[in-house]
Design a protein around this ligand. Sequence first.
Ligand code: ADP
Ligand code: MG
Length: 394
Amino acid sequence: NWDLILYVNLELVNKMSNRRFIVKEMLGQGTFGQVVKCWDTETNDYVAVKVIKNQPAFYHQAIMEVSLLRTLNQKFDPDDQHNIVRMLDYLSFQNHLCIAFEMLGQNLYELLKRNHLRGLKLKYVQAFSKQILDAMVVMREAGIIHCDLKPENILLAPSVATAAAVKVIDFGSACLEGKTVYSYIQSRYYRSPEVLLGYPYTTAIDMWSFGCIVAELFLGLPLFPGASEYDVLQRMMTILGGQPPDELLREAKNTIRFFKHVGIYPGNEAPSGLSSAYRILSEEEVEVRDSKRPKMGKWYFPHLKLDKLICTYPWNNSELSETEKTDRLGLVDFLKGLLEFDPNKRWSPLQALYHPFITGESFTGPYEPVPETARIPVARAAAIDHNPGGGHWL
Ligand code: ADP
Ligand code: MG
């Protein structure tokens, strides 16, 4: 019963002391408020406290963040094994909802910047991807859509032994699958085709953002840094080739902002010689429709297809070893399953988890995931470390 799980005990919030946290320094600032490093006088430890703006809309959205994260932490990840930030407590202070989280390190955008935006070694891209996917398996099991996955919302965690570890944070935009309220969600570079086009969305939108993140970790720069939604869409079409499927374009409510219908009625068929009943508008046509010039950002990777981009980056690949070349082909295949225009064909977190890029097997050819008939219980998914081969995990 979701309504019961979502119930937040506000009385408890009000009863809590107001003087528990001593503010030390600023960690981050966002639309919802600020995040500060504090000394917790009750536990004698540092914590990260997200102080939400004292306006009703932000307060209510933060209550949602608290309830979804509490559900994820307690019901779906009680032993803190799935790379999701731990919420320690929450309280209300002068109409600011304050949420205390475990103290984590830099976010992945800061890490990329520290690395001069040149991208990370494949083994780190692989390790981080696996951990993020692990969190996404759990989120999907809980029916929770994060709605804002991006490098800023993935944080380095205190690492176990020598291995680098990350955790997913910021459930401030999250919602429940089947109870989606907002249509303007996700940060633009990481926004999925179905959200751009205005089509009912599922946890698959997080997989799209995840694909963008994986590419960015490797490249050091965002894959689709569009200055406008039209620009983002154009970049997707250039780098990935193709366009969103006609079924999606036919049903989506923003299609007209980006595409011209060139189909033939009554069956809405594509004209002979064309594969689609829609074609993307030219810049001039967008300008006419939206009565303003579509903002076009700087092209980082002008007119390069994904495989070329990944396999030749950073353009002097002459010294690449055979293993590195194969691994990069594996990365391309992995990205293609995530950056799939059709949300129904896009891989689920569990399907992606068994890709050779993640399991560490040598890449031998396009990956065919096991079709998902039913959702596999989390406990069982978590217990599986290796691809047992033969395309069966049950
Ligand atoms: P917003 O909804 O405003 O984006 P976030 O929860 O994403 O808020 O936090 C904003 C920033 O604060 C993050 O990008 C990160 O750099 C920092 N931050 C958030 N939580 C933590 C934490 N637990 N430990 C350390 N830094 C954090
Ligand atoms: Mg954030």
